[in-house]
Structures are given as structure tokens and as C-alpha cells.
Design a protein around this ligand. Sequence first.
Ligand code: FPP
Length: 248
Amino acid sequence: MTETSSSVSLEKIPRHVAIIMDGNGRWALQRGLPRLAGHRAGTENLRRVIRSTVEFGIKYLTIYAFSTENWGRPAEEVQGLLGILQDVIDRELNELHKEGVQLRHIGRLERLSANLQARVLKAINLTKNNDRLILNIAWNYGGRDEIVCAIQKIIKDGIKPEDVTDSLVGQYMFTAGVPDPDLVIRTSGELRVSNFLIWQTAYSEWYVTPTYWPDFDKEEYRRALEAFAQRDRRFGKVSSGELQESNA
Ligand code: FPP
């Protein structure tokens, strides 16, 4: 069996990992720092996690960076997070491009300034032919909002009710063309979905750790992948082992 240097079975590596990067605020609070310092540390960690994702051979990574509900946070924090988005594009884009990362956005860009929207679109355009890692950044993203948006577009396109199928709805999601996440990782121990990819995660495996996002390192990432490799994914059916036994 092929093994990576960190001993995760390659055959069981998820194709698509989605991450709820939670706990930045508490990480900062523990250190007597402002919440924004937690988000900056979280952003640093994201750079490391992106690198590890490539090293583990994972093809798709989706990260929850800013939800439709996050606008309700104090103005200073919202402004700080928007500043981080701009910094990431300004400082990391060339490196990500060089590494073969394709950047995509899921959510609505509308509430961003025209300048920031233009930067995001430029980054998407620059990296559109890269295929080493597809990195979906969920920004101003909400799972319910995505479904509402899909229904609106389906109606606008005049699709007949009998033609609305599971696969058609998938094509109207922000994630059209991207396989559903195999594994969702949530840091900081909360047992909630928080409006993240609620359509796409119908059969995803979950890994929840109490570790705050800035401290979620490669070792812990590997543990998440090892836990995933142990799972028996049945997709509502029975396991293949059981089937073989009952047919014997
Ligand atoms: C949740 O922690 C984290 C966020 C709402 C923001 C995460 C964003 C980043 C790490 C920046 C990534 C940037 C880009 C451009 C991709 P929390 O604040 O809810 O933590 P708490 O629950 O401990 O308060």
C-alpha cells in the first residue's frame, strides 16, 4: 500500500476537505490579545494548512472564511477581516499561483467594495488554469443563501418542476463542478454546522477537534485524515463487507 511520508494511506486520502476554521477569537482571548490578532494567527495557519493539503495530495480544499452572518460582528472586526482578505490577495497571490493553486470564491461578492471585488476576480482569473489544488474560499457565504440563490436562478431559467433533480440543483450551487466534500474538519470543538455547505455535506464525514484554529497543525491534520481513513462510508446503504457476507 502506498504511504505518504506522514503514513496516511494514499488510497484513502479524501479528494475534497472542507474546514470550519473556528476558535481564533478564543485563541486571542487566552493570550490577552485582540480578536483580530487571533484572525491574523489563523491566517498564518491557513498558509501552513494549504501547504500540507498539497503535500497530502488532496485536490480540493474549501475554507469557511466569512459567513453571511459574520457581518453582524463588531465593525472593527469586520473591517479587520476585510483587510485580511485584501492582504492575502496582495501578499500571497503570486506564491499561491506559483504553487499551482487555483483560487475560487463561493458566496456573494456584492457586499465587498468595488476595488476588493476587482482584486478577487483578478486572482480568480490569474489562477484559473492551475490544477494542483483547487482552493474554494467561502466569503460572504451562507448555505441557506446559496440554496435560495439556486432556487431563484432555477425559476429565472424557466426550468420545469419535473426537471428539477438532485444533479440539476447541484449545478446551480456556487460549488458547481466541484465534488462534494469527503471530510469536514471543524476546530474549537463546536458541534454545529453553522450554515456551511449544507447541501454539499449530506454524506460528508466529520472530524471535530477542540484545538483552536491557529494551533491546528500538520500533525493534527494527519490525525484527521487517519480518522477519515478508518471510516466506513455507506452513503445510506450497507457496507460492502456486509453485502459480501449476505450474498455468501
Ligand atoms: C472563526 O473564529 C473564524 C472566522 C470567523 C474568520 C476566519 C478567517 C480567517 C482565518 C482569515 C482567512 C482569510 C482569508 C482571506 C481566506 P471565531 O472568531 O468565531 O472564534 P471564536 O469562536 O473563538 O470567537
